[in-house]
Design a protein around this ligand. Structure first.
Ligand SMILES: N[C@@H](CCC(=O)N[C@@H](CS)C(=O)NCC(=O)O)C(=O)O
Length: 201
């Protein structure tokens, strides 16, 4: 039994998209969250037993809560190996897959936050790279490859690429050809449209 905790138009969209790609049954529960613009309010304390910071996404599988987007993505692609959305142990792409999942929330998102909150960058002191270097690296990969793992679409494209349509529209990500083409490739998938249609209350 799989339960997915979701807030429309938030980071949990990526797990909604992944679930649609997997095509497995799940129960969706809508969670109220504090929004960056000061609107919204946090769920009651009971939800903190599922996510310690009352954030989304979270899932419960067979009674066990799992949170943090890369962990959920890895858990689900391992749970449903037949869907072939994540390289398995022993596959040479397994290492790059884990790297991209971790890179998304460990490097890409902190680099964005640091840039747009004017934190600056203390070289070596932070666990992520300077914004321009990070954007340059991702841009270089997606200009040479169809997807992050080469020709193979995977959940890493959902986890890293899933926030790109929003980031490019809001000009937080440079509006350059490699990013525009990559976004067009990944959002052309039917499961993306299916998730978009379900991304509401
Ligand atoms: N590191 C988490 C971030 C989750 C996160 O920050 N979610 C936002 C939605 S965009 C949230 O729930 N914010 C509400 C709050 O902080 O109360 C992940 O990648 O899953």
């Amino acid at each position: 039994m799989l339960t997915f905790y979701h807030a429309p138009r938030s980071r949990s969209f990526r797990i909604l998209w992944l679930l649609e790609e997997l095509g497995v049954p799940y129960d969706r529960k809508i969670v109220s969250i504090r929004r960056g613009d000061g609107t919204g309010e946090s769920e009651g304390p009971a939800y903190r037993n599922i996510h310690p910071h009352a954030k989304v996404p979270a899932i419960i599988h067979n009674g066990v809560p799992i949170f943090e987007t890369p962990a959920i993505a890895l858990f689900l692609t391992d749970l449903f190996p037949e869907t072939d959305l994540g390289p398995k142990i022993g596959d040479p792409l397994r290492g790059p897959y884990l790297s991209w999942l971790s890179y998304t929330t460990g490097v890409f998102e902190p680099a964005l936050t640091a840039k747009y909150t004017n934190m600056g960058h203390k070289y070596g002191a932070f666990g992520w790279g300077p914004f321009d270097e990070v954007i340059g690296h991702i841009g270089n990969i997606v200009s040479k490859n169809q997807f992050l793992l080469g020709n193979k679409f995977s959940a890493a494209d959902i986890v890293l690429g899933g926030s790109m349509p929003f980031l490019i529209t809001t000009k937080l990500l440079p509006d350059t050809e490699p990013f525009k083409s990559y976004i067009a490739r990944i959002t052309a998938r039917p499961a993306y449209s299916a998730a978009k249609a379900k991304d509401r209350m």
